[in-house]
Design a protein around this ligand. Structure first.
Ligand code: UFG
Length: 342
């Protein structure tokens, strides 16, 4: 019997792409998701891509009783990938208690059930936000974490600490935190992708919605940063590449290849691109009009960050491979398919 992986948040953006990659690698998948920021139709799309419909349960993982009942129903899970979380930085500043409640309790409830059912493996969605604005670039895993700039960022740092302490106390239980840089793009089938509710916070969905005519104009937040063109720099990673890192991490856990029972890795491309470079690249590769203007800096933004990925490349044997142009095109194809544009 193939191994069974629980993917929390599996109908979400990164979750859905990872489900597809797990299925391609021969895993059975069960999704737990409360659909608070995703759509049940994603299951149809996953089935179209892979030919297999994953098991699905509508569960609020911050609810202990509901989470315990879920595990009673699925007692044979081999590993968990925990994506489910609130993720809007600005919203977290307005609603800190909701962020702490949701993001911390869901992890605690999952870890409690790992002990109850002897599920020994977890991959956790962390973020490069734990580095803040680093003093030295690129950031390695040794780069010190900085105090979080937002409650959202703080939940990622606290969850990492919880995992470290959990693994320290429970030999034989294994966790890997993946610190994502900026995931962008969509599956090449254009059947799944990022579908933000309301006005997008993130750059690429705002770009594709503007190109589709849903937004009038893109605002580029700040052109007076200490970067070559003055706009902020990030490490944009293709979501399918990022999903592949999860499959590698799951195999590492299941095959007991870890060097320590709690590990964390940078998952990026190793290359920083400015907002302006990304915008120009989008226009060049798609040939569409993209009205944009320079606007003031966005509160809480850092100036620049990109990853040193050598540890992940060497230790996991994983490397991001898709070019930015291909990735931007996939984001545009997804937007067009959602909006019915030819
Ligand atoms: N940006 C714009 N205009 C927009 C949207 C974004 O200029 O309309 C700029 C931002 O100011 C920033 C860059 O594009 O310089 C990237 O912004 P995103 O919102 O896409 O991504 P962030 O780097 O701010 O945040 C992302 C995730 C967080 C995660 C963080 C880690 O959304 O969850 O990366 O760095 F914590």
């Amino acid at each position: 019997m193939s191994k069974q992986v629980l993917v929390t948040g599996g109908t979400g953006y990164i979750g859905s792409h990872t489900v597809v990659e797990l299925q391609a690698a021969g895993f059975r998948v069960v999704i737990a998701d409360n659909l608070s920021n995703s759509n049940i139709e994603v299951l149809d799309a996953i089935q179209k891509i892979s030919g297999v419909r994953p098991d699905f349960e509508n569960v609020d993982l911050a609810d202990k009783l509901a989470t315990d009942s879920f595990f009673d129903k699925y007692p044979d899970i081999d590993a968990i990938i925990h994506f489910a979380a609130f993720k809007a930085v600005g919203e977290s500043v307005q609603k800190p208690l909701e962020y702490y409640h949701n993001n911390l309790n869901s992890l605690l409830n999952l870890l409690g059930n790992m002990l109850r059912y002897n599920i020994r493996n977890m991959v956790f969605s962390s973020s490069c936000t734990v580095y803040g604005q680093p003093d030295k670039l690129p950031v390695t895993e040794q780069t010190p974490r900085k105090p979080a700039e937002s409650p959202y960022g703080n939940t990622k740092a606290i969850c990492e600490d919880i995992l470290r302490d959990f693994c320290h106390a429970n030999a034989g239980f294994n966790c890997i935190a993946l610190r994502y840089f900026n995931p962008i793009g969509a599956h090449p089938s254009a059947l799944i992708g990022e579908l933000p509710l309301g006005v997008p916070n993130n750059l690429v969905p705002f770009i594709t919605q503007t190109a589709a005519g849903i937004r009038n104009e893109l605002s580029i937040f700040g052109d007076d940063y200490a970067t070559p063109d003055g706009t902020a720099i990030r490490d944009y990673i293709n979501v399918v590449d990022l999903s592949g890192a999860h499959v590698v991490a799951i195999n590492r856990l299941i095959q007991d290849k870890q060097k320590a029972n709690y590990e964390f890795f940078n998952v990026g491309t190793g290359t920083g691109l400015s907002v302006m470079q990304l915008v120009k690249s989008f226009i060049a590769v798609t040939g569409v009009q993209l009205p944009y203007k320079i606007a003031p800096r966005r509160a809480g933004d850092i100036e620049k960050i990109w990853a040193d990925t050598s540890f992940a490349n060497e230790e996991l044997g994983w490397k991001a491979s898709r070019a930015t142009e291909e990735t931007l095109l996939s984001a545009w194809n997804w937007e067009k398919s959602v909006r019915g544009i030819n």
